[in-house]
Design a protein around this ligand. Structure first.
Ligand code: XMP
Length: 328
């Protein structure tokens, strides 16, 4: 296959089985070794499906010549940075640089309420952090990216603004994009064949700016913490109820609004946690999952009892259109 072409050949078979995935992996590993030789590759590893699969492919091809940088921008879901470290550093023995940049991001975002400005700050700072890490390393020749085929097809379309993790064109590296001709379902089959954990390969889509677009308005550390904890409870309860593999995307958003409540006989002002659970095939339109009421009650009880600062739980029933999937 021509590694540098941006056009998927009509003859390319859809990768649907472990055998087809292994054939793809063997072909790519050979091609990557031939291209990279004994040089070094840098990858910004978010822990999302695409960058994880690219990392695993490159580790197989060139081992420690791949340097993965995981930037924790402080807007990850609970446990996600820890999972990246566990899988890539401890299990796959990757050359992983972990940067906890939480304070940098949250300090820059303090007081910023406007959604597009928040996205720009997060995207811009992300590039800066990766750039700084790259300049500390010597002899990097290549930059790897988890571009997939829909990114190429949609790059000038509706979702162009979503490519927050995209790195600047003026970096002095040659680009390596080993999965750029694959569709998402194929990336997942390849990821499993590479031995990545199921939870990582079937991870829900998670926006580059992460919880930053779900902690609505100006982000504060206490509200962000409440959001992360409530989100973890939602995920746990969806897992237990068997909904995790069935619902396309589900999360909590916490607006910057307080209402009056009662806790332990006293006035308790808190934020509402808004549940969003949607089904879609392409994220251009979405329908609402009919969650059993008993489960909604259980989630409400747990979030209001366990999460400091939350005193109500709401369920967003709005399909897309008219509501977008995210609130910002
Ligand atoms: P909306 O909110 O536009 O979202 O209906 C559609 C899908 O895109 C995801 N999304 C993002 N993904 N960076 C991303 O990588 C972003 O900035 C971003 N914003 C939204 C969203 O989670 C949904 O799956």
């Amino acid at each position: 296959m021509d590694l540098n072409s941006n056009k998927r050949p009509d003859s390319m078979e859809r990768i649907t089985t472990p055998a087809l995935a292994r054939a793809f992996i063997d072909e790519q590993v050979a091609a990557l070794r031939a291209e990279i030789g004994d040089r070094k590759v840098l990858l910004a590893l978010s822990g999302g499906v695409d960058s994880s699969v690219v990392a695993a492919l490159l580790i197989k091809a060139v081992g420690k010549q791949l340097i993965s940088v995981h930037v924790n921008h402080g807007l990850m879901r609970k446990g996600e940075s820890e999972a990246v470290i566990e899988v890539f550093r401890n299990q796959l023995h990757a050359n992983l640089v972990y940067v906890d940049a939480t304070d940098r991001f949250l300090d820059l975002l303090a007081g910023v309420a406007e959604p597009e400005r928040k996205r720009k700050i997060i995207g811009g700072e992300f590039i800066k952090v990766v750039d700084e890490e790259a300049s500390k390393l010597s002899g990097i020749d290549f930059l790897a990216q988890g571009t997939i085929y829909p990114d190429i097809l949609e790059s000038d379309g509706v979702k162009a603004h979503h490519n927050v993790g995209g790195l600047p064109e003026d970096m002095q590296f040659s680009l390596i994009e080993p999965i750029k001709l694959l569709y998402k379902d194929e990336v997942r089959v390849v990821g499993e064949a590479l031995g990545l954990p199921h939870a990582m390969v079937y991870r829900q889509p998670f926006p580059g700016p992460g919880l930053g677009v779900r902690c609505l308005g100006a982000i504060t550390r206490d509200r962000l913490h409440a959001l992360r904890e409530a989100d973890a409870i939602l995920r746990e309860e969806f897992d237990n109820a068997g909904l995790a593999g069935k619902v396309w995307q589900y999360f909590i958003a916490v607006p910057d609004v307080k209402s009056v409540g009662v806790k332990d006989g006293k006035r308790y002002e808190g934020w509402p946690a808004i549940i969003r659970a949607v089904n879609t095939t392409d994220a251009m339109s979405a329908t609402i999952e009919e969650i059993p009421y008993a489960l909604l009650h259980k989630i409400t009880d747990r979030i209001t009892q366990e999460v400091e600062g939350i005193n109500r739980v709401l369920y967003d029933l709005t399909p897309k259109p008219i509501g977008t999937i995210e609130w910002e």
